[in-house]
Design a protein. Sequence first.
Length: 445
Amino acid sequence: MVAVVAGALLVAGFGSLVLIRAQSRRDTVRDLRKQAQGIAQLVDDIPTRNTTAAAVLRQRVLQRILKLTDQAVVRYTPAGRALDPVPSGVSASDLQFGKLQQGQTVSGVNGSLAFAAAPGTTARGVPFALVLTRNVRIGGGAALWLLVAGGAALIVAAVVAANLGRRLTKPLREAEQATRRIAAGDLATRVPTGGATDDELAALSRSINAMAASLERSKGLERQFLLSVSHDLRTPLTSIRGYAEALAEHKAKPGQAAAVILSEARRLERLVGDLLELAKLDARRFSLDVRATDVCEVINETADGFRPAAQAAGVRLTVHTPARAALVAEADPDRLAQVVANLVENALDFAAGRISVGTGRAAGVVELWVEDDGPGIEPDDIPHVFDRFYTVSRAAKRHVGSGLGLAIVHELVDAMGGTVRAESSAKGGARLVVTLRPGAEADAA
């Protein structure tokens, strides 16, 4: 910053000096022309070597008053040849006697010496040129003031640069140190924001803090997921191992042991299948056949498949769909059936005695919902219900699925261009709502 200010001052200073010098030359030449023209009219005789002391004194006083470098009265012939010596620094060719004979005043600048020659005629009719010279002042005083102002500006620039440097580099150093600690695994690290809210450094600090908080939360959810998956894997494996050992030792009935082993194996199969499904959804390695789909038909067929499980759990499963008209939405029928199945499985985990599945139209979109009469969802849990690896605070009454169904629902609905949300039911349970784009047939209707 100081270098930029110094460069700007140098350019401005030299430019100003050049302009001042040019203006000084113009002003000096203009003044000399006026003075030469005025004095030439007062000359009535050509000075000679026998000039009186009074005349010499008048000449010197005039030179001192007008701040002239030199002055001379130069006679010239009609052919343009000077008969008298010209002042030092001016040549006979500079006087341009042809223009003087026409009554014009001649002026110019030779280096730092300005001159002006005004034509005149003595009382005896002798033509002459009154030549005045003066050294051009190139603004030495202005240059001094420019140096003083430039030095003051450099001092101010240095102070401002030091202040800004501390203000800019300190947050950047803190941000760098924080990112290094975060990269090393210390996800609890935060960058101090200093209370600033309106500059880019504060925005950078907030972004780094948000990233660290997100990473910390993701790490916690991943740890929680691993613990949950480990428990879900260990429990059926323990049952399978126990009944297998009992069979080997002839301590269990074969039919009963086989039923338990089969049930736990299916539970393991569902868990592994859901993990693989999540992996494919995350990598987007799945295909969708999105087309106009009858949502009522998908809901009815999927819900019918869960009626035996609901009856076995003592839960009443009801379906609410329009009786006269079909609701058409843009969706993949198979994936939509998977969404409904996962939502019903989740409801079976928490329902006390009732599950309601329905669909309808709201605000120009097609909605389907699954509602249960379980303990409901805490307000703090609602934004995270569909997050991966997240476990809500409400306790499940039974375990029908793998516990990963809602994360799969979120990914599938998002891929089909819809949305899904969780809310507390007016009747005290939980309500999960899926919103889909209406199909072409519905738009035409």
